[in-house]
Write a protein that binds this ligand. Sequence first.
Ligand code: UGA
Length: 437
Amino acid sequence: MNISIIGAGYVGLVTTACFSELGNKVICIDNDTKKISLLKKGVIPIYEPGLEEFILKNLKNKRIKFSSSIKEAVNNSQVIFIAISTPALADGEADLTGIENIARNIALNMTGYRLIVEKSTVPVETGQWVKQTIQIYTKDKIKFDVASNPEFLREGSAINDFMHPDRIVIGVESKRARDILVELYKPLKAPLVITDIKSAELIKHASNSFLATKISFINAISRICDKVGADVVEVAEGIGLDKRIGKAFLNAGVGYGGSCFPKDIDAFINISKKIGYDFELLKIVKKINEEQKEFFLQKIKDTLWILKDKTIGVLGLSFKPNTDDIRNAPSIDIIKALQNEGAFIKAYDPYAMEKARLILDKVRFCRDAYEVCKNSDCLVIITEWDEFKELDFLRIKRLLKRPLIIDGRNIYEPKAMEKLGFRYIGIGRKTPKYLNE
Ligand code: UGA
């Protein structure tokens, strides 16, 4: 099929890469002309495993074209995906100005039937507004359909998530739109959930909110574990093995971050209020998440006592592993709060340092974990990159001023760390003083 993707951000680029890999001809549009000219040369602006390979391959065999012209996209494609970002306004409401603008531009350039698909995360009823906008601006009553096809891609594993999804959600109002999308997704073996547009829009917000709720729930449990000396990892395993609950997203830590959960939870609280429902549960989910960072900071303060003039080594800056994305990364707030108390920060992240440099001042960025540890008063883990799980701990112990690890992602076993001679503090972890051995 000939399709267009409007937006060359995370979602847009992954969707472009994967649809072209599946054999479609894809035009990817962005109004950032600098980004488009780099993409034309094969320079990918983000780090996402597998993305570059797919884009370079399909650029070469001419299944991908990058452009800044919506007209070109609309003229040459039957299906147009809108995959632009919907940032939060000051009160948390999603800013849909860009979506309206694109809907109008599509309408003004349409010469025949087009299927316009919402891929971006948008509040329920956006599809209705997109449809009205296109109706107002199309000439000659040209036929079109609007559909909602939310994405469930995780940064760091987005290509795999696209190619092997748990489900594909298609929200449509006509058989024609349904048939086109079913055909487009035919090569992917996944259950299809075919529904109306509003339900599809809600599935996206509800999924992200539910996952965030699981994280805040286990973080709340970790607080209780810390108070009574229980172990949150074992509690999570004990509840997660119940198939009705499931093991995923029960890792306690420093809270969720990224460009999706914080923004989507705000937007869902906001749209619910607008339509007359006070989503109190989600407000608490957000509150627990904010408190989790405070709680982690308090752990550092309780251990180091005075932070002024102490050197704190930080491992991990991205909001999660396998990405260089630092948007809403807990590391940023945590580092700034430590600096406010007078601490000096040394940090290392395998991919996110370039982006972190742009927003963090006075941090000494190091070439590896060992340089971070040298002469630091403690080692703090904020992102659970695999390479941090396999460090030479004897070397780390020698390099640190004192053998102290405060682990915000529970990547080490308390007992093993104590055996190695470290004082180890995790999130809701049972400390060896409670063990009978
Ligand atoms: C999330 C969803 O998982 C995707 O399905 C969705 O498509 C995407 O948002 C989106 O709306 O575009 P993403 O933000 O890339 O994906 O990352 P996640 O893997 O969901 O992690 C989000 C945050 O939760 C991270 O900060 C992570 O560290 C944290 N997290 C995750 C925990 O603290 N504990 C867990 O058990 C799992």
